[in-house]
Design a protein around this ligand. Structure first.
Ligand SMILES: [Zn+2]
Length: 244
């Protein structure tokens, strides 16, 4: 079976990407991608002073409106590609800032970046539990994933806690072409767990320029190598339900 082509981790000019959403959408169409998600940065950590990000409600509304227009365009033109609304949340942000600024149901995909320890898992759980209570477990609750997650932090300690967390909260693991060192065979015990526990897997390039939008081949190779094709298909089926 031919797997659809996806790239669910892309930055635009709304944060530190080089291109407009228009340029991203038109390039992705030209390159024949089936699913893309724009996931601009969100943080109030020290990085907020260094990288542009979606740091205010106004900026976030403009961002969502613009993606909305392109979603409508793709639908009206009956194009094959589906565009999703995402955001990449820096785990060094404060809990208060995250829950006060982000309305989860306005997004299709939420990426958390820099999960490196058990405390980070507790932090994400607390936020998701808060959002789920607030949105009353709405059907529009977004899909949640770990951006460029490095398994080395959990291989010696905390692997079971991590895998239980991914399974219980239905969180996806991203194969990211920019970080091939994370998919080394020395972490095969982790990848075997993903397969055994049916953890969702995704593909993203952390693209900051349209030139890298289609650098997804290596991620597909790794998914095949660890026999995680069905985990990717499960993710695609969830995404298909989110199509507008
Ligand atoms: Zn990113």
């Amino acid at each position: 079976m031919e797997l659809p082509k996806l790239n669910l981790h892309i930055h635009s000019k709304y944060s530190d990407g080089r291109n407009s959403i228009f340029q991203i959408v038109s390039t992705a169409l030209d390159k024949g991608l089936d699913y893309i998600c724009i996931t601009d940065h969100f943080t109030n950590s020290w990085k907020a002073d260094v990288i542009p990000n979606l740091n205010s409600l106004d900026k976030m509304e403009m961002y969502l409106d613009e993606i909305d227009q392109f979603q409508k365009y793709l639908l009206d033109e009956e194009r094959q590609m589906t565009l999703f609304k995402g955001i990449e949340i820096d785990l060094s942000s404060t809990e208060k800032f995250i829950i006060n600024t982000i309305s989860p149901t306005k997004f299709d995909i939420l990426l958390f970046e820099y999960l490196e320890n058990i405390e980070g898992i507790s932090f994400i759980k607390k936020i998701i539990n808060y959002w789920k209570r607030k949105t009353k477990n709405s059907k529009n609750f977004p899909l949640i994933g770990l951006a460029h997650f490095d398994p080395s932090f959990f291989v010696i300690n905390g692997m079971n806690i991590l895998i239980d967390f991914l399974s219980q909260y239905q969180i996806f693991f991203e194969f990211n072409s920019s970080y091939s060192q994370f998919y080394s065979q020395k972490y095969s015990s982790f990848f075997n767990q993903l397969k055994e526990r049916n953890i969702l897997v995704s593909i993203g390039t952390d693209s900051h320029h349209i030139a890298t939008l289609k650098d997804i081949e290596e991620a597909y190779d790794k998914i095949k190598f660890y026999e995680l094709e069905n985990n990717l298909i499960d993710l695609i089926q969830i995404l298909d339900k989110k199509r507008i």
